[in-house]
Design a protein around this ligand. Structure first.
Ligand code: NCD
Length: 341
């Protein structure tokens, strides 16, 4: 993905916004999980656990203002960041791409600098372009949290997935995931969720397998530390967690999501047929029955029910989908605090 994601501010980095002043040690960016040490992951996850335990609705961030800059659609992530910021007493302002001056030709950097000039303390950025959050972080002084940049990374989703995996397998005391096998199934090539989770889970000791057809799971993913598999049935019976991904049709070809029965996928898709994809890779009730006792099912949402996941599995006993959403608020509280304090 071109550049290494930066987690903390580097004193040597060139920052046009503040050329003449030293960079303060305080604010930190959260741009990705690749390269983040296990100690940092554990610190943020443990903070989320402790916030949840205390049921905090505090005022640690009272007087701070968080700007959500969302240049791409979102339901869970944007609301979750807003809820998290408000639970810590911060104010929240929202800029949605569909209503912004980016549509009039303004650059992302100019937009971010203008928002910063109004006095916000942190920016949560979602954009279609891989690397957009890092680019903005390089141009503003306030901390930037990446809420998903194209096919690159989605670090808070990765953290909430790690939290939910640790919760399901009784690892909340130390977030040590060693001995666990995690299968990430589907459109991993297009998935920022997949990339962040591979990085975080392998750093915490888990084994990760990416499973899908060749157009979605290619050999290059192994450099991130995951194994590459093309037969779901082989991996299913040995996995402690199965993380299902949506096919990101909007990122490829004609951009439309077809129905589950579509014999042919839209032109430019990474698969030829949705029906065939379901035959090979959907988590159906029959496949779920083959999973290990205690194994759980995760999905970052939005779910395309009947394509990658059967409705009965999404709503069934193994599903941790809504736990992920609940845990996401605690994780984002911890992430905001980590970046702002
Ligand atoms: C994901 C995203 O936007 O990357 N969703 C999310 O943030 N919860 C995954 C997806 O869109 O399929």
């Amino acid at each position: 993905m071109g550049r290494m994601p930066r987690v903390t501010r580097s004193a040597s980095r060139s920052r046009p916004a503040k050329e003449s002043r030293p960079i303060p040690p305080g604010p930190r960016d959260l741009l990705g999980l690749q390269g983040v040490p296990s100690g940092t992951l554990r610190e943020v996850l443990a903070a989320a656990r402790d916030l949840r335990h205390a049921g905090v609705r505090g005022d640690e961030l009272r007087g701070k203002l968080v700007a959500n800059l969302f240049f791409e659609d979102s339901t869970r992530t944007r609301i979750s960041f807003s809820v998290a910021a408000k639970r810590l007493g911060a104010g929240v302002v929202d800029l949605l791409g569909s209503n912004s001056s980016v549509n009039k030709g303004e650059t992302l950097i100019d937009t971010a600098r203008n928002v910063e000039a109004m006095g916000v303390d942190a920016m949560v950025v979602r954009a279609k372009q891989a690397g957009a959050a890092a680019m903005i972080a390089g141009a503003v002084a306030s901390p930037v949290l990446n809420a998903g940049d194209g096919r690159h990374e989605h670090p808070t989703q990765g953290l909430l997935d790690l939290f939910t995996l640790a919760e399901a397998h009784d690892r909340l005391s130390d977030f040590d995931l060693s001995g666990l096998s995690i299968a990430i199934v589907g459109d991993v090539a297009s998935s920022r969720v997949g990339r962040s989770l591979i990085a975080g889970a392998t750093t915490l000791g888990a084994r990760v397998a990416c499973v899908g057809p060749a157009g979605m799971v290619h050999a290059g993913l192994s450099v991130l530390g995951a194994s590459v598999e093309h037969t779901l049935n082989d991996v299913l019976t040995t996995s402690d967690a199965v993380v299902m991904l949506r096919i990101q049709f909007e990122r490829q070809g004609e951009g439309k999501t077809p129905g589950p029965a579509a014999a042919e996928a839209p032109r430019g898709s990474p698969i030829a047929s949705v029906r065939e994809y379901r035959d090979g890779y959907a988590l159906t009730e029959a496949r779920e029955a083959k999973m290990k006792p205690g194994a759980v099912v995760l999905h970052p949402g939005p779910i395309n029910r009947g394509i990658e996941l059967d409705a009965s599995v999404a709503d069934g006993g193994r599903s941790r989908v809504l736990r992920q959403v609940s845990n996401g608020v605690w994780v984002r509280m911890a992430a905001l605090r980590w970046c702002l304090s």
